[in-house]
Design a protein around this ligand. Sequence first.
Ligand code: UD1
Ligand code: MG
Length: 466
Amino acid sequence: MSNSLIAVVMAAGKSTRFKSRRSKLATPVHGKSMIERVIEATEGLSPQAIYVMVGHCAEDVQSALRKHPVEFITQEPQLGTGHCILVATQQIPQTSGTVLILNGDIPLIGLNLLKKILESHHSERADATVVSTCLEDPSGYGRILKNRSGKITRIVEDRDATPAQRRVKEINVGLYLISLDLLKKFISRLSNQNSQQEYYLTDLIELLIAARKKVNVFGTPDPMEVLGVNDRIELAEVIRVLRLRTLQRLMRDGVTILDPATTSVEEDVTIGQDTILFPGVRIEGPSSIGRRCVIRSHCRITHSILGDDVVVNDLSVINESHVAEKASIGPFAHLRLEAEVESNARVGNFVELKKARLGQNSKASHLTYLGDTTVGQNANIGAGTITCNYDGVNKNVTEIEDDCFIGSGVELVAPVVVHKGAYVAAGSVITRDVPPDALAIARGRQENKQDWKQKRAEQKSKPTKA
Ligand code: UD1
Ligand code: MG
């Protein structure tokens, strides 16, 4: 069945209602572009080829699909969906088969539904199949018009419909099956005599019926699977549906999500049992979160791995980093660019780690920047410690070995090594390596001037000389 299937996905349109300077179809929808979602569902049918029609902002669509083995056909200019398919039939090399035509802007479409539509097309021995659904508010969509015996007669576009036709709630979702032979024969007969002066693919239905061809309507009861995204309001709705789908799967698998309305977890994120996500958490994939973790409010975790029993306190950002089991992060922490926090380590508030490793049981509890740094085990990094890693040209490395104690307010001017067991006194500016077990003090000596206040007052009260 599937090896005679050819898919044509229409992604060349201008998307006027979306009001974007980019292609609407390249817009991210819950971690994947709109067009990628349609292509992935289509790939599940194993068609012999997938042709993607491109035109308006073609590069956006092509780069969104760079990982997919599809073939691009350019439609230039874009004169409507009918014209789009005319261009497709002129370019594709196949001479027979069934063509699956899809609008590129139906990102919720799933493989199961596609399979059912294909089955219905074949079992009904239809010449063409149109997919419909019913909407409470069908405005903006093409309506399926039927005769008294319930047979489809034509599709009328919203803009061309009479008030009575506009009251029809059954809409065309933009997904069709038709044999290549028939398509080639009829597609060039479309006209553009309509409100938009476009060639409508939907007008093909009337032509097929006039030629006594069998047009099957496959009605799907769940409009959510076939919602077309034409504006940003529909985009938000589709993202909401996808977000909830992912969250419900996670909840069924044993993850607690305190407020699904404000939580977002992308599909390629795994989360272990008994982990708790507080309101406002966003996790982007690919990421993996262990078991029994607690991710408190308004944290964002992107492309990262967290082990079991990790606590991430409020308002922390973790990007491309690795946090091992039982470590604790935040509040207000920032881990980025391959930061690595080993087990039981603690990254406290207002601490940033960039390309830095904090070893087992080590702590950087307050107001610290560790960049291009390795910290060994059981080290304590005092409040306000800063690694001065950038000399204006190069990034230099700081190494703090096991069991070191770095006092508060220390600046470590890289490249520099603080060897095992060494102490650095608070307020030091360290420019040379510190030997093992040594104490480094690098700060101005304090001088206390006795009775200075009184002396100054006396000085001030002396009459100034004329
Ligand atoms: C289309 C259908 C409408 C249906 C709706 C479902 C037509 C005439 N109308 O309307 O009946 O209810 O989808 O969402 O088909 N495209 C091209 N080249 C073009 C024009 C469009 O590739 O010249 C592509 C678009 O990028 C898009 C798809 O075709 O992916 C549909 O086009 P769009 O303008 O969104 O059509 P609708 O007005 O939504
Ligand atoms: Mg559309």
